[in-house]
Design a protein around this ligand. Structure first.
Ligand SMILES: [Zn+2]
Length: 184
């Protein structure tokens, strides 16, 4: 069953007309009309902590421009993806999680494109059936402060260059791969 969505006529300055489409929560957050725990920001994008996280330090990355899906504005999406990668690196250094999951799950409730970043700590399975956790204001502020304190760096590019120089797979590696795939 399709919810009737009156999505038309959303003007890009975010004017909420009376009786018009439901005001967008993420527009209110990215324009700072409502307070959130922002961990990183540039001219186009904002990263803020989810207040009902499915893992410790769950962060939402949203473009300041309102649009619903990744293919509606590919330039804005490219910036958002790149920004999410930077924030992921900051989270990795700040919280040192076991892993970091990224997810794009369009939301009926908030039709504003966003990328979810889930740091995965021991015992957490945010993309399985993990329930949202209640996290107190103080704990959220403490987490946000730790991530904010990290400066974005160009660590990823250097790593990629190193790998590109030696893309060889040894005979030993191939034997292992074939065994793993059952094609030995
Ligand atoms: Zn919006």
């Amino acid at each position: 069953m399709e919810e009737h969505e009156e999505h038309g006529g959303h003007d890009e300055h975010g004017h909420g007309e009376h009786g018009g489409p439901k005001p967008c929560v993420f527009c209110a957050i990215t324009s700072k009309k409502i307070h959130s725990k922002i961990v990183h920001e540039d001219d186009y994008t904002v990263a803020f902590l989810d207040i009902n996280p499915r893992s410790t330090g769950m962060t939402i990355v949203a473009p300041k421009k309102h649009y619903a899906t990744f293919n509606e504005d590919t330039i804005a999406s490219e910036r958002t993806f790149s920004f999410a990668q930077t924030v992921g690196m900051m989270i990795r250094r700040a919280l040192n999680p076991k892993a970091i999951d990224f997810a794009i799950i369009p939301s009926q409730e908030v039709p504003h494109f966003h990328i979810r970043i889930y740091p995965v700590s021991e015992g957490e399975t945010p993309l399985m059936e993990g329930q949202p956790k209640h996290v107190g204001e103080e704990e959220l502020e403490e987490l946000a402060g730790r991530i904010r304190a990290e400066r974005p760096v160009e660590e990823i590019k250097e790593h990629e260059h190193k790998q590109a120089e030696q893309p060889n797979v040894s005979e030993e590696d191939m034997d292992f791969i074939k065994r793993e795939l059952g094609i030995a």
